[in-house]
Design a protein around this ligand. Structure first.
Ligand code: SAM
Length: 491
């Protein structure tokens, strides 16, 4: 290869993974039929009105690779989803090394990378030209995943990294630093085709508006009329209402020409202070401003935090059912609002308690979600989505989706009556179907060791448990753990 692109190298990069019965993975060849074979989906239930076609909202019980593979390659689903999905949000296990109640979060680093690589490649195929993928991670793997995604989506399609304040209390017993944020890595399928929506204005963003001169156009805020960059038409003197003469001082220029300044004055869009004798500012009317461009720092006040997310799931069920790592509905609402419009398809193949699909449904988006563990599907995902489809979602109906800021304003917009839904005419919008992935038709090949049960003390095995005699690589552990940077055209 002569591209000279930087690539991340890791042990097992040329291999593939298969899910094992215990929820772990085993290494297999990329030609293994269990990897290449597209799995069939068997219907196991439905909720609400469904069309019976692939366009119905789908809850898939099974591995995310198999679910994505079916959505991309199975002709029935491919026609609906390949190249047509507007948003993929995933919240995979972060690889923190912990064992949560409902899933294990301690994969070998190279297993995690391979697992993500294979799913991200399929996600790329799903995305519409104007679509985007949002990957939710913490510090354990974010940096590696960013490099991986550069490779898969192209560096030019990197949109940004959102930092979400997941906790708002300090852990004073943390050994070094008390971590209070997660990351959302955002990539476009094609950045030139991506148009993200603005977010609603908030009380906080609008608090500086006032109307001391009773302007009939309503509240406004001051905006600077000068700029620090040299502007050819920006050097002139202006005369205030009481004959005072003003011009920008030092290395500053007017940010508009004299003609524009005069037009603003003519339309009563200048503010010379309460006395009419201070340096002029421009009046920016609240009524004329659109939404806000989203920033990359999302606070718990705006989009909730981990505690709020747990409370939401607990409200839905009895207290004996507590999911370890749900995300707040307001966080998903913001992602979905920015990246999609009503009727668009939202996909999340690490469903957990089903937050993404639940919020997507309430926002009139179509959805597909997949979860590996049957216990999680039956305890959380399916019952939650059934409640949402039935409009019986007490957690969300008691509390507005936009978090505390919206709660303070008393607004509640998420639970629209069905008749007002833009998709109300489509029965596929209303119901959902539950499907399970049929087992591979291939015989199980007893071969590789599951990464999670690697015996590192075994003398003739490498770090992933492969017998050294048959392994195609012989790198040492630190190199394997960290990955190495290579240029593809270097030997
Ligand atoms: C961090 S949780 C997702 C939480 C979710 N965002 C929510 O709000 O509830 C990750 C989920 O991914 C599931 N999971 C792990 N590996 C998977 C795989 N290979 N395929 C599908 N789901 C998987 C886990 O069982 C777990 O429920």
């Amino acid at each position: 290869m002569t591209s000279g692109r930087l690539t991340l190298s890791w042990v097992g990069r040329d291999e593939a993974l298969r899910n094992t019965a215990d929820g772990g993975y085993e290494w297999v060849s990329r030609q293994d039929p269990r990897v290449t074979e597209v799995r069939l989906l068997l219907e196991t239930g439905k909720a609400g009105d469904v069309t019976g076609t692939a366009a119905d909202n789908l809850l898939i019980h099974g591995d995310s690779y198999d679910a994505l593979h079916a959505l991309v390659r199975n002709p029935e689903y491919g026609n609906h989803y390949r190249g047509k999905v507007k948003l993929v949000y995933i919240d995979p296990p972060f690889n923190t090394g912990q064992a949560f109640q409902h899933y294990d979060d301690a994969l070998e680093h190279s297993v995690w990378l391979t697992m993500m690589r294979d799913r991200l490649l399929l996600i790329r195929d799903l995305l519409a030209p104007g679509g985007s993928v949002w990957v939710h991670l913490d510090d354990a793997e974010m940096a590696y995943c960013r490099v991986l995604m550069d490779e898969i989506f192209g560096r030019g399609n990197f949109v940004g990294t959102v930092v979400w304040q997941k906790i708002h209390a300090r852990n004073n017993s943390a050994q070094h630093l008390s971590s209070v944020h997660d990351y959302l890595l955002v990539y476009a399928r094609s950045k030139s085709d991506l148009v993200l929506n603005k977010i609603d204005r908030t009380e906080l963003s609008d608090q500086e508006f006032w109307n001391p001169d009773n302007d009939p156009r309503g509240p406004w805020r001051r905006s600077d009329l000068t700029a620090s960059h040299a502007y050819e038409d920006g050097r002139y003197e202006v005369v205030g209402p009481y004959g005072d003469v003003f011009s920008p001082r030092g290395n500053r220029w007017w940010s508009c020409s004299r003609e524009t300044f005069d037009a603003l004055r003519e339309d009563n869009r200048l503010w010379w202070g309460k006395t009419g004798r201070t340096f002029p500012f421009r009046k920016r009317f609240q009524s004329e401003l659109g939404g806000l461009v989203p920033t990359t720092f999302w606070t718990h006040d705006e989009v909730g935090d981990n505690r709020q997310a747990k409370a939401e799931v607990t409200k839905l069920f009895d207290r004996s059912r507590i999911f370890s790592t749900p995300k707040p509905e307001a966080l998903l609402k913001r992602v979905i609002q920015i990246a999609t419009d009503p009727g668009d398809v939202v996909v999340d193949v690490f469903a957990g308690s089903g937050t993404t699909a639940a919020v997507a449904h309430k926002m009139d988006r179509r959805w597909v979600t997949a979860e590996l563990l049957e216990e999680t599907v039956e305890t959380f995902t399916r019952p939650r989505l059934e409640k949402v489809v039935a409009g019986d979602d007490p957690g969300a109906s008691r509390r507005p989706l936009d978090g505390k800021a919206e709660a303070a304003s008393g607004a509640s917009r998420h639970r629209r009556p069905r008749s007002r839904s833009p998709m109300a005419a489509s029965s596929s919008r209303i119901g959902s179907r539950a499907k399970t992935l049929l087992p591979s038709s291939q015989p199980s090949w007893a071969s590789c060791t599951t990464a999670q049960t690697v015996d590192r003390s075994a003398a003739r095995r490498d770090v992933l448990g492969w017998p050294l005699s048959t392994a195609s690589w012989t790198r040492s552990w630190p190199e394997a753990l960290l990955g190495i940077w290579t240029r593809e055209n270097e030997q």
